[in-house]
Each structure stands twice: as C-alpha cells, then as structure tokens.
Design a protein around this ligand. Sequence first.
Ligand code: UD1
Length: 405
Amino acid sequence: MKLISIVGARPNFMKIAPFIHSINEYNKLITQNSEFIIHKLVHTGQHYDDRMSKAFFEELNIPAADINLGIGSGTHAEQVGNTMIAFEKVLIKEKPDWIIVVGDVNATLACSVTAKKLHIKVCHIEAGLRSGDEKMPEEINRLVTDRLSDLLLTPDKFSIENLKKEGTPDNKIEFVGNIMIDTLEANKDKSSKLKISNIIYSNLLIGNSYKIRDASLDFNNHHNPNLPPLGGLEGGDYALMTMHRPSNVDTKEVLVPLFSFLTDEVAKDMPLLWAIHPRSQKMLKEFGLWGKAMQTENLILLHPLGYHEMLRLNMDAKIMLTDSGGLQEECCVLGTPCLTLRWNTERPITLRKHGGASVLVGNNVEKIRKEYLDTINFQRSPLRPELWDGKTAVRCLQSILNYNN
Ligand code: UD1
C-alpha cells in the first residue's frame, strides 16, 4: 500500500508526526499476512520560516519531506491554485492508494480536491469540526475536504454529529480521538524539563525593552549581562498569548482596541508572554502599534515558539489568551484557564460549558475584560475527552488498513 501525507502549515506538523511514527512501527512488525506501507511526505511549503516549519520537523522527529512544493505565501486562490497544480504532478508520478490530509489549512483543501479528481482515496484526520462561520477560510477548507473524503476520522462526539447532520454515510466515519494529544503525551516529559526563563531569553524579539516588573528571579543562564532578571515567571505568574486569525489582526478597528486592552490592562496585572505570528507582527507594524508593543513594560514579545517551548509555557501559565484551535485543545487537557479570542469555535468540547477550560470571548474588549477578570481567579481544571488518550494515530492507521468500502 502506498500513502502520501500532506503538511502545509504549522498546525499540521504535530498532527502528522504521530501518524508517521505509527507507520514506522507498523512496518517494523510486518508479518507474512500484512502489507508493507510505502509512505511519502509532501510539504506544500505554505509555511516556510524555520520557526514556523523546520524547527517542528526536528523537534517532533518528522523525516524531511520527500517532496516540497515550495508554494509560500499568497492570496487564498494563489495558495490553493498553485498547490493543486504542483500536487497533481506528484500524484500522477507517485500513484498512491491514499492521500492523508490533516486539519483545515489551505493545503488540506487543495490536496484533497486534486486527489479526488484523480480518483485517489482521501482520508481526513480531524474530520467533522464545524464553527458554522463560513467567513473563516478554515471552515471552507473543512467543508470541502469532508464532503470529498472517503474516510473521515473524527476527534469527538460533536464532529460525528456534524457529519451525520450533513448526510455523511455512517460507513465513512470513524471515531479515533484527537491526534494532537498523541504528540502532547509523547512530548510532555521533555517539555516539563525546560526552564521558563531560558525559553524567554532564547526567543525574545530584538528591540523589545524587556522591562519586567518584580525582578526577583535568579536568572543565571542568559548570555547578555544587560538583560534584567525575569521576576516571578518560574512560578507561573504570567499570561500567555497567541493571536493570528485574520478576523482579529487584519483590521485596525479590531486590533487597536484589543492591543490597548492587552498593554494597558493585562500587562499591568502580570507579565504577558506573546508568541507573535508573522501575520500579526506585520499588522501591528502596519497599524503603527509596533513601537508601543516594544516599549510596554511587562509585554514580552517572543518569536513563534517551538513545540516543547509552547507546551512548557502552557503547563504553568495562569491564563491563556488565544485564537488558535490547537491551543484550545491543549489547554483543555492541561487545564489551563483559556480565553478563546473568537465568537465561535469548531472545538466546542474544549469549552467550560462542556467541561473544558475555555470560554469564547470574541474580540470585543468589554466582553474580554469581563471574562478575563473572572478567569484570572480560576484554578487549573484538566479534562480528557473520550479517546484523547495518546493512541489516536494507531487507530487512524488501522482505519485505513481496514477500509473496504
Ligand atoms: C495558516 C492557516 C491557519 C493556521 C495558521 C497557523 C490557512 C487558511 N490558514 O494561517 O488555519 O491556524 O496557518 O499558523 O491555511 N508568513 C511568514 N512566514 C511563514 C508563513 C507565513 O512570514 O513561515 C506570513 C505570510 O507571508 C503571510 C502571513 O504570514 O503574510 C500569513 O500566512 P498564511 O499562510 O497566509 O496564513 P496564516 O495566517 O499563517
């Protein structure tokens, strides 16, 4: 059997890593009655910075991509169109039995459409998530990919219900659990050994004024003697944040008040560690906010973090503010109180009302402030939804091997 898996952007790497490891394990135990799996990895190249891509391959032991399509950035049509043109050539040459797509990025959509038109079977890992918001590019990607996929591997009960409501036949749907949690389980021990202050000093953005309140930490491992010590952070007295959705960062009317809340309120309460996505950095500069971002005391701007680094910071953070889907899920399992900077989520299982750690706060400052003031007093409350057990990748592979529709 020949499989081609596809990755394109950062959130794909932690989903594909355990799947590839499960193929390797399977091939090691091959018997006379089982078939060797030939696997190739295609990277569309949507994310290309070392910190957004290469670092994850190294950290998560993902073999180098067999084929890189080198698509890079562009409009949605450019990314999807260029990926389809390049991927079609790969499929014609390689003739796989299946392609495996994960998540909801542009690569997921482009590659599933291309394969389907060549009558190659498509398996979607993380199928059935729906935000109900068709203004989100990821929702379009999810809808199209799920409609075309031959095998839909779902992470939770909500995603199964969504697919059934849309009329997906039962025999295409398999409940396998959340593959991201395989990666979390495999890496949490390593992450827990990292020192928070080391993570911060090795990821600080150049130019930040680094003024941090309560300089009491005995920080003895930094290279620049002019950097002040970091106060209180090893004890988890900090807020952690990521934000990159176009709906939050692409318009001035939304980003300016959000940014003021972060600098004038959150950073006044505690150090705010913001691992800043290239899109957000670009928009802060465009809207003239970058200077203030660099100068605000207690606002610690960091490069996009490695997987272990982000997991380590998440393990101890007092509160998370994020619009990332993956971090909502990781907060759920770690129990980190989380403000989800969105009006909807395709991952309702992570919400407090379903036992998780997150609450939807959108991007309206009144609403965010109210929930923030409640949430900073919350204790950690971990939740492990059904089959978020670190063994999802093996179930994904079994579903493909057992497929006989
Ligand atoms: C993409 C995914 C989103 C995912 C996110 C995680 C889609 C539709 N969106 O959004 O679902 O949550 O990745 O990061 O697929 N850029 C760099 N370096 C890089 C990558 C991007 O500088 O390595 C810049 C690009 O030039 C572009 C901006 O960041 O200006 C946005 O990149 P893009 O790939 O268009 O979408 P993301 O916002 O990253």
